[in-house]
Design a binder for this molecule. Structure first.
Ligand code: PLP
Length: 450
């Protein structure tokens, strides 16, 4: 690991030990990869760090660069690697299935797709038991929105300001941050006031925010609502847990208006919030359609939409198909993920370690003025940096500095929120208390030295 001077008198935090050394790397250097990327990949691709990190190996909650240097991955491939990088059971499932049958399409029978559909349906309440597999979260939300429109015969969709639901034609409409929206037609979506306890106008009073949905229906639409779509904790939006009481009130209003409720569990599902398997369960609501991706395959491209038989029926009106959805290798990985979460009690771990980490981060907030808010649930936590507590002025440059310095110490966290001033902590769910201590100590050390 890199040597540090100790000018601040603070001891550089040490990474917990880990018994694994990756094989030697013989591939091209970071500089060579970067120049190839610049030449051959879209200029729209962006990096987390000014000097992009070249990751060549992954093992559980750790990533390794080309020199074999180890990093604690507290971003988890954007809340995706839920079991840990290259978890042996998930790898075995992928390798075994790949050797036997790599691709078939749903035009034939294969047990992996049916087994995963059954296992997912068993994880959901009520009548949510018909599964459609997709390749990503965007595709899952596109399909959910289309199904709601077909089922209700209405067009209007309501989503929350600050939300991220994907970047194709329909989902870009539901996404509600200008920096993620291109100037193309995104019709029929209306954005309600975000029930954000930290920055929102009604603080933590969820029911007050929900009244805005009623107003939106009355004044902004024809009154014919197809669906309301929302995350339970906004991920890209900066780990914003919707104010308590909001979702039940919002669901009531939408149902009265004849619309369906879509829960986007792309980031918050698969045991990440610790207290429940799905994020919406933390709010005591039952959606009509649930969408998922990311954690479902531990990094293998897979997504799904799950709904009731009545709603699913709309797709029989025409042909509905996609080539890769439910690919046997991806669904075998999905089954292994569910087994690992259960056998290794990863939901309990997310709860215990997440609660511990949150407590330590809250204590850090009391120590450093730069930290304006600590929030989230389980292993989906956010730390917002501000230069002024009253005005909540986003500390954008400071966020970049801390992000970079934490990487130097060996901790990778994500960054998000509209202003880019929120650390997103969404590690693999095998994260330990020692990892949590290392992360907080690294953040503490970095901020103390500023
Ligand atoms: N929904 C949420 C809540 C997300 O966070 C994302 C991606 O970050 C998506 C949908 C889109 O998923 P994907 O990037 O797999 O298309």
């Amino acid at each position: 690991q890199k040597e540090f001077d100790n000018k601040g008198g603070v001891v550089v935090p040490k990474m917990p030990s880990f018994d694994y050394a990756p094989p030697p790397y013989t591939g091209p250097s970071a500089a060579e990869i970067l120049s190839k990327r610049k030449e051959y990949l879209s200029p729209a691709m962006f990096y987390l760090y000014n000097k992009p990190l070249n990751v060549v190996d992954g093992k559980m909650q750790y990533l390794f660069d080309e020199k074999g240097r180890r990093y604690l991955d507290a971003f988890g491939g954007i809340a995706t690697v839920c079991c840990g990088h290259c978890h042996p059971h998930v790898v075995d499932a992928i390798v075994n299935q790949t050797k036997r049958l790599q691709h078939s399409t749903i035009l034939y029978l294969n047990h992996a797709i049916a087994d995963l559909a059954e296992a997912l349906a068993n994880k959901l309440p009520g009548n949510l038991k018909v599964v459609f597999f997709t390749n990503s979260g965007t595709e899952a939300n596109e399909l959910a929105i289309m199904m709601a429109r077909l089922y209700t015969g209405c067009h209007d969709i309501i989503s929350l300001r600050n939300a991220y639901h994907g970047n194709a034609a329909g989902t870009m409409g539901a996404t509600a941050q200008s920096n993620w929206k291109f100037n193309v037609i995104q019709s029929g979506v209306h954005h309600a006031i975000n029930p954000d306890p930290y920055r929102g106008i009604f603080g933590s009073e969820g029911e007050k925010y929900a009244k805005d949905i009623q107003d939106l229906i009355q004044f902004g639409t024809s009154g014919n609502i197809a669906a309301f779509v929302s995350e339970a904790i906004q991920g890209v939006g900066g780990i914003i847990e919707l104010a308590p009481g909001y979702l039940p009130a919002a669901y009531n209003i939408i149902k009265k208006a004849g619309g369906l409720c879509i829960a986007d569990e792309v980031q918050g599902g698969f045991a990440r919030t610790g207290s429940h398997f799905w994020g919406f369960e933390n709010h005591g609501v039952v959606p009509d359609i649930v969408t998922m991706a990311k954690g479902i395959g531990n990094g293998i491209p897979l997504g799904a939409v799950i709904t009731s038989p009545e709603i699913a029926e709309v797709l029989t009106r025409r042909n509905y198909f996609n080539t890769f959805g439910g690919n046997p290798v991806c669904t075998a990985a999905g089954l292994a993920v569910l087994n690992v979460i259960e056998k290794e009690k990863l939901q309990d771990n997310a709860f215990v370690v997440g609660s511990y980490l949150k407590e330590r981060l809250i204590a850090l907030k009391d120590k450093h003025d730069l930290i304006g808010d600590v929030r989230g649930r389980g292993l989906m936590l956010g730390v917002e940096l501000v230069t002024d507590h009253e005005l909540k002025t986003p500390a954008k440059l400071e966020t970049l500095h801390v992000l970079d310095q934490m990487k130097e110490i060996g901790v990778l966290v994500g960054k998000g929120g509209f202003y880019g001033n929120v650390f997103r902590i969404t590690p693999p769910l095998c994260f330990t208390k020692e990892d949590a201590d290392f992360l907080v100590d690294a953040m503490d050390y970095t901020i103390s030295k500023m």
